[in-house]
Design a protein around this ligand. Structure first.
Ligand SMILES: [Cu+2]
Length: 243
């Protein structure tokens, strides 16, 4: 009985560690045959714990979209200090899709974003918006999307940075290697660094880690190494207990 309690405790703890370092996949742009059409993030609203990585895959084919941070009150305008993938053009027939990876640096606040593409019509007003950790009451994703579709004026085109508010990327979208695949207005390491310093000086949340462009781009793998180390330690503990 004692042994089974130890084992179940270890399994529960290992599951918790794995959940906190989860990788969540999200598709940018639908296809003509996709339910809901071209102008969408799939799924549009997700939850992601602090430290987890959200991988945006530019799989809308053909497509030309961005992931640009905004706010609940202004769904189609860039948030000051917000993250931005810039545009990625995916020609029809592309088979390997670039990705943009956001690490959640603050899991306690909602993260809102939109696509700033204007062609053939503004994607934001067509409903191409998304949310991470949106509240289930009050400022919900549904209200955010409704506000986007009813918003007037041209969606904001300012180029943001890799480092955003509550979520940060360590690299622009990539790899841009497919035939005809191109990036436009993608943030660079240099602009990300300037945005990072501007964000940290203006930010009221000093706990948000700001990733340096010189650090490893693979936050997810370091998280996995950490998780594996913990599981190995627990396995060692189990071994001692069983002995
Ligand atoms: Cu779009």
């Amino acid at each position: 009985m004692h042994r089974s309690i130890v084992i179940s405790t270890i399994l529960a703890f290992a599951a918790l560690v794995a959940a906190q370092n989860q990788t969540i996949q999200l598709v940018v742009g639908g296809e003509a045959s996709t339910q809901g059409g071209i102008f969408q993030f799939i799924p549009p609203s997700i939850t992601a714990s602090e430290g987890s990585v959200v991988t945006f895959q530019f799989a809308g084919n053909p497509g030309n979209h961005s992931i640009t941070q905004s706010s609940f009150s202004s769904p189609c305008q860039p948030l000051t200090g917000g993250f931005d993938s810039g545009f990625v053009f995916i020609p029809q027939g592309t088979e390997t899709f670039p990705t943009f990876e956001l690490t959640i640096t603050n899991g306690s606040q909602p993260i809102w974003f939109y696509c700033k593409q204007l062609s053939p019509a503004p994607h934001c007003q067509a409903g191409m918006v998304g949310a991470i950790n949106a509240p289930t009451s009050g400022n919900t994703f549904d209200l955010f999307q409704q506000a986007a579709t009813h918003s007037t004026g041209t969606p904001g085109q300012n180029v943001g940075g890799l480092v955003g508010v509550g979520a940060s990327a360590s690299a622009p979208p990539g790899p841009l290697t497919g035939s005809g695949v191109e990036g436009f207005g993608n943030p660079t390491g240099a602009s990300a660094a300037s945005v990072a310093s501007a964000t940290s000086s203006a930010s009221t949340t000093p706990s948000s880690p700001v990733s340096s462009p010189s650090t490893s781009p693979s936050t997810s793998s370091s998280g996995m190494v950490e998780a594996n180390g913990l599981v190995m330690m627990l396995a060692a503990l189990l071994g001692v207990t069983l002995a």
